[in-house]
Design a protein around this ligand. Sequence first.
Ligand SMILES: Cc1cc2nc3c(=O)[nH]c(=O)nc-3n(C[C@H](O)[C@H](O)[C@H](O)COP(=O)(O)O)c2cc1C
Length: 157
Amino acid sequence: MAVDKQEFRRVLGHFAAGVTVVTTVGDDGAPYGLTATAFTSVSLEPPLVLVCVDKKSESHPHFHSSRVFAVNFLAVDQEHFSRRFAVSGGDKFSDVEVRYGATGAPVLPDVLGHLECRTTDIHEGGDHTIFIGRVEAADAREGEPLLYFRGAYRQIT
Ligand SMILES: Cc1cc2nc3c(=O)[nH]c(=O)nc-3n(C[C@H](O)[C@H](O)[C@H](O)COP(=O)(O)O)c2cc1C
């Protein structure tokens, strides 16, 4: 029996997730990115992770063409980044001091952790595309994560 779409969303909302902003770079050199919770580690050796990007998102074609991305783990005081990057289109990077690292994908300032990846595989995933990337650089700092659970931002208490 098929699961109703609304019910599927409601149940998925019960899975507590860390919040990331996944970024890439366009052919024009401009930065692109979106808020994403559909991120997971895949393999330790080689170091692989995946992100699932909605085919309808503005950023989607740039992930395809650049074949690089960075995953930025948001800290508890970075909800503003999550809200900004969850709005489609526009210049989300104005007044954000990004750093262009190992792959050319932008890294946001003061994030809890980040991974810089080169895309190795691209898979169909229904209305999303699954981008698997090999991690070329990574770093993390002390701090608390921003979480998303049942449609609201949360923190570890
Ligand atoms: C908490 C949260 C998690 C999200 N997770 C994802 C995700 O994993 N993949 C995705 O494609 N969109 C996700 N979105 C939606 C995108 O952030 C949103 O569609 C964004 O506007 C896309 O930007 P763009 O069209 O400029 O690329 C999420 C949004 C929120 C608020």
